[in-house]
Design a protein around this ligand. Structure first.
Ligand code: NDP
Length: 250
């Protein structure tokens, strides 16, 4: 699943959960900014193939790979193939995520563990796999995708909110570990964003959340992607360990 061009090497961005929603918008935004893109997805081959075409049209080399981010070995292999094929990963974005919303009393152990394994373990696996080569080069930027739920908590989302709070703690702690070695680690904390993930919510719930924002509306995936691209870039060279809300003023 590789499209090659003959341009001189571009920096490489690696994005988990890149095939849809916020990850997809980020892939397109970073391709516009001049990056080659390696993205992974869980199972939706059609969405991945569509994005591959769009990235090629934007002039980016693209590696698309089916990877379950909850599997450390699969993530390590994806990162290694990316570096072998395209060169060093300059930017890593952890966007793969799922919800299994339910009140805690009704939640199955599997619903808890699936969410934590995908969201939190998944972010850890990506960070763990990219950080060593970044440390060797003394350069790199990691942006995790957390959530306002991880900052404020949210009824019906104990599993999800806990996984996102974990991502925030991972981000801040890793930033402190690797900052002196030239690596920045930041997070975006989106509010309600119009993607497949939020499409399953009742309209009434979505309207309620939108009403609670200062801007009075849900956000777009591209608006989160702009924030990710900023934090990833050298324009944010003195920002690390930050959690940037992208929530319309919720
Ligand atoms: P989508 O459901 O639109 O996209 C999720 C993406 O993650 C898909 O590419 C999917 O691949 C991939 N994915 C899911 N599970 C795995 C897995 N185990 N391994 C690899 N890839 C996986 O979600 P969003 O774009 O809305 O969400 C992106 C991130 O933003 C998530 O971390 C989410 O928690 C966070 N977020 C979203 C908000 C929102 O309102 N939308 C609000 C706050 C945070 P495939 O299609 O193949 O399954």
């Amino acid at each position: 699943m590789t499209a090659e061009n003959t341009e001189p090497a571009r920096p490489v961005a690696l994005i988990s959960g890149g095939s849809r929603g916020i990850g997809r918008a980020t892939a397109l935004r970073l391709a516009e900014d001049g990056y080659d893109i390696s993205f992974c997805f869980r199972g939706d081959d059609a969405a991945a193939a569509l994005l591959e075409k769009e990235l090629a049209a934007a002039g980016a080399r693209c590696l698309a790979r089916r990877v379950d981010v909850s599997d450390a070995e699969e993530v390590r292999d994806w990162v290694a193939r990316t570096e072998d094929g395209f060169g060093p990963v300059a930017v890593a974005v952890t966007s793969a995520g799922i919800t299994r919303d339910k009140p805690l009393l009704m939640m199955s152990d599997a619903e808890w563990h699936d969410v934590v394994a995908t969201n939190l373990d998944g972010a850890y696996h990506v960070c763990r796999a990219v950080v060593f080569p970044m440390l060797k080069r003394r350069r790199g930027s990691i942006v995790t995708v957390s959530s306002v739920s991880g900052v404020q908590g949210n009824a019906g989302q104990t599993n999800y909110a806990a996984s996102k709070a974990g991502i925030i703690a991972l981000t801040r702690s890793l930033a402190k570990e690797v900052g002196r070695r030239g690596i920045r680690v930041n997070s975006v904390a989106p509010g309600l964003i119009d993607t497949d993930m939020s499409a399953v919510l009742d309209d009434a719930v979505k309207n309620q959340v939108s009403e609670r924002t200062a801007l009075g509306r849900a956000g777009l995936a591209a608006e989160v992607a702009d924030a990710v691209a900023y934090l990833a870039s050298d324009r944010a060279s003195y920002i690390t360990g930050a959690v940037l809300p992208v929530d319309g003023g919720l």
